[in-house]
Every structure is written in C-alpha cells, then in structure tokens.
Design a protein around this ligand. Structure first.
Ligand code: UGA
Length: 443
C-alpha cells in the first residue's frame, strides 16, 4: 500500500463482479472509480448489450456519471463469459440475485451455479467475496461443497452490503460499517486494503455471523416500520396523533428517529425477501421467531387497511376510477418490486375499480406487471387524477407531495377521497380544499 497525503491508496486490483443488478453494478462502478480494474459478467444478453453500449439499465442517483467515466477509460468492461472474467481476476465478487421462492425460502440457484463454475474454472488463487444476501450458514456450505474441492486455493469472504436503492452510491462511500466475515485474518486484510479509500469501521468476524448481520439489520429496520405502523393504527383508535408520537419517541437516542415513518409499510427487493428468508431460516432451525412473523403480517395488513379505507369512503369501488400516485416502492427509484401500490392496485381491480396509475420513473416496469385493460398509465398526475373518486398517494415522490392539490381536487368526482399512504401531506391544508382525507394514525 502506498501513502498519498492523508489517503492510503490501495494498489490496483483485478476484480471480477458477477451479476450487474443494483448491488453488482454499483460495486463494479465504484471499485473501478477507486482505481481497480473491473470486469463485470452479465448473462442476460439484452442487458449486456445495453451495458456494452454505454446505457445504464437501472436508475440510481449519481451512478450514470461514474459509469460513463470508468467505462470511458476502460477500467470497467463487461462480458457474458465467466471464464473471461475469472481469467482477469484475483478478487471476485458474487452479486447475483437471491429471490424468494414461493414458500419464502431463499432461492440459491444462481449463487450455487456461479460457485460451481468458479470452482471448475479458477486457474489461479482467488478471493471470492459474497455480496449477494444469503442465509446464515450458506457461505460455510458453499466453501465446503465447492471451493474446498477446487484445484487452486479459493478464499471465501462474506461482505454484505447495506446500500439503499436510490442512495446506493452515497452509501457505498459512506457506510456506517463494513462487515467482513472470513476464516483467516490475512483474508480480512485483503478486504481492508480493497476498501482503503472508504472511511468506516471495518468489522471482522466469522462468515456465518457476517451473514446474520445482514439479515438482523434488515429485520430490525422492518421491525421498526411495522412497530410504528401498529402504534399509528392504535393512535387512530384512541385519538392520539402519530405525527406527535413518532418524532417524540424517536428523540430517545436509544431508539433513534429513523424508520419511524408510518404508512403503507415497506416494499422493495430487500425487506420483504429478507424478513421472509430469515423466518424460513428460523423454521428450518426449529426456532419460532414470533416477532418476525408479526412484522411480516403487520406489513401485509397495512395494504389491506388502505384498501378497506378506500372501499369504505367510496361505499364500494365497482366501476369507480381511482388514481394511484407512485408505483415505485419508494421515491428515487424505478423499482416496483413488492411495492405497496401494486398490491393495492390488484385488490382494487379485483373489486371492480378502474385504475389510473402514475409514476415519474417506474411506468415501464409497472406496465409489464399489469397486462390488463383495468389500468391506464399516466406521466401527468393532473391527468391521472381527473374524474377519479379517490387518489392514493402511494410513494412520496417530491413532485407528488408538492402538487397543486387544490387544482387536482377540482377535476375529481365525489367524495374526492385522498389517501395519504405515506403521511406526508399537510392534512389541514388538504382538508381545507374539501378532500375526504385519510392517512395512518393522523388524528
Ligand atoms: C434496504 C436497507 O435500508 C439497506 O440498508 C439494505 O442494504 C437494502 O435494503 C438491501 O438489503 O439491499 P432499500 O430496500 O433500498 O434498502 O430501501 P429503504 O430505504 O430501506 O426502504 C425500504 C422500504 O421501507 C420502503 O418501501 C420505504 O418506503 C419503507 N419505509 C422506510 C417505511 O415505510 N417507513 C420508514 O420509516 C422507512
């Protein structure tokens, strides 16, 4: 390692990144920006073509500029061929998908396939870094089943990511901690060097504990959200206001102010999958994780509660037009995976409603999900809300929060219901415009 000023610059490493989803692409771009030479492997040929043609397949704040810079100077290249990526690398990052199976179990098919191929194709010593989220115990098993049999030495590291979609580049450079799970201190040192330009505590531990840190962190954050949603529901019943309660609870430093925003609950590719995955790990290990089950149930119930509020306000939704503002699971992303809006749309359509859906970024992905005539898609929220009996603010995009709600109301049909699914609008102003305003626990 050489020292430049106050910064330690790591020597360039040759890195392969397998998988170019949110995690893989951010890792590949940011590591290339740090000076490493990165080859990223992508097996989807359309996506590969896009990447090789300089087109970003996802929206992620700040990533496009880095992508252009590092592909421009050749520090980041793409291939479909794992063998090519391996031939280049001394360090390999696995960042392939680990989706949920129908029963909630984590589908490790892609991870296992990559591990088998690495063990078969590696021809020089390699450090494999697992960034895909895998259940506790997976790393040890992968090492034993595949890597310990390889013809060259392969080191295995669990290095979970804590990147938020939409803020992933910021989070890459400013993590609260870097978790490094491995069997030997010299392997941890390699990662500490790899991340030498990132100022954060580097916490080393065994592989299974590192895997558990990832699940425990996401499960705890999901628990905070479901907890505050329960309190909001109770606030409604006892006449308290969650707007007063949540911030005051969060001022206790032991609790903290984050993830106490009540509303439609969590969505996305991580919390739903990881809570269900951890629940399954518990069942498999003969443990009844009651708290986690309740977290999952409460989250699902929030969506049903939203639909019930709409049906009640409209006295049934058959034949009525309802606008859904926001399809992405949160603002700042085009990702609609497990987004509350999608379930709400499904419920409302099954009750006979006509849906006008609007989102600044996520229309393309949402259209694939709803091949039905019961839903129309809009880029303009004012047009979407026209002639609607109810509007659901499902994602707190700033451009939706700051709409001219007085103007929207003028184009609507009675009872002009506005369901503020994220508790973000000024309810007094909204009520003054004549809306029938509903939210979660805002008395
Ligand atoms: C989450 C974690 O925050 C990251 O640390 C983690 O790396 C990532 O999962 C992952 O496992 O890869 P992300 O899914 O991008 O990141 O989204 P968050 O910003 O955490 O929000 C998740 C959901 O919770 C969103 O639907 C959001 O609307 C909801 N939420 C969040 C609430 O309903 N209330 C809150 O107070 C906070």
């Amino acid at each position: 390692m050489m020292r430049i000023g106050r910064l330690y610059m790591s020597k360039d490493k040759h890195i392969a990144v397998i998988g170019t989803g949110y995690v893989g692409l951010v890792a590949a771009c940011c590591l290339a920006k740090s000076g490493h030479r990165v080859v990223a492997a992508e097996k989807n040929s359309d996506k590969l073509k896009q990447l090789q043609g300089g087109v970003m397949p996802i929206y992620e704040e700040g990533l496009s500029d880095i992508f252009t810079a590092v592909t421009g100077d050749g520090r980041l290249t793409f291939t479909s061929d794992l063998k090519t990526a391996l031939a280049h690398a001394t360090v390999l990052i696995i960042a392939v998908g680990t989706p949920s199976l129908a029963d909630g179990r984590v589908d490790l098919a892609q991870v296992n396939a990559v591990a088998v191929a690495i063990a078969r194709l590696a021809e020089k010593p390699l450090t494999v870094i697992m960034k895909s989220t895998v259940p506790p115990g997976t790393g040890k098993s992968i090492f034993k089943r595949y890597f310990s049999q390889a013809k060259v030495p392969i080191q295995y590291v669990s290095n979970p990511e804590f990147l938020r979609e939409g803020k992933a580049v910021w989070d890459w450079y400013h993590p609260d901690r870097l978790v490094i799970g491995c069997a030997a201190p010299e392997v941890a040192d390699q990662l500490i060097e790899l991340y030498s330009d990132i100022e954060a505590p580097k916490v080393t531990m065994d592989i299974t504990s590192a895997e558990m840190v990832k699940y425990a962190s996401n499960a705890f954050l999901a628990t905070k959200i479901s907890f505050i949603n329960e309190i909001a529901n109770l606030c409604e019943r006892v006449g308290a206001s969650i707007d007063a309660v949540a911030p005051a609870v969060g001022m206790d430093k032991r609790i903290g102010p984050h993830f106490l925003q009540a509303g439609l609950g969590y969505g996305g590719s991580c919390f739903p999958k990881d809570t269900k995955g951890l629940e399954h790990v518990s069942v498999f290990n003969d443990y009844n994780f009651n708290l986690l089950k309740a977290v999952i149930e409460v989250n699902a119930r929030q969506r049903v509660t939203a639909v019930r509020k709409i049906i009640k306000a409209l006295d049934g939704v058959t034949g009525k037009k309802i606008a859904i503002l926001g399809l992405a699971f949160k603002p700042g992303t085009d990702d609609v995976r497990e987004a509350p809006a999608l379930d709400i749309i499904d419920y409302l359509i099954s009750e006979g409603a006509k849906i006008a859906a609007c989102d600044p970024l996520a229309l393309v992905s949402a259209k694939q999900r709803f091949p039905t005539e019961d839903i129309q898609f809009y880029t303009d929220p004012y047009q979407a809300c026209r002639d609607c009996a109810a509007v659901v603010l499902a994602t707190e995009w700033p451009e939706f929060v700051n709409l001219d709600w007085e103007q929207i109301k003028q184009g609507m049909q009675m009872p002009c219901m506005l369901l503020d699914g994220r508790n973000v609008l000024d309810k007094d102003v909204i009520k003054r415009y004549g809306y029938r305003y509903e939210a979660f626990g805002r008395n």
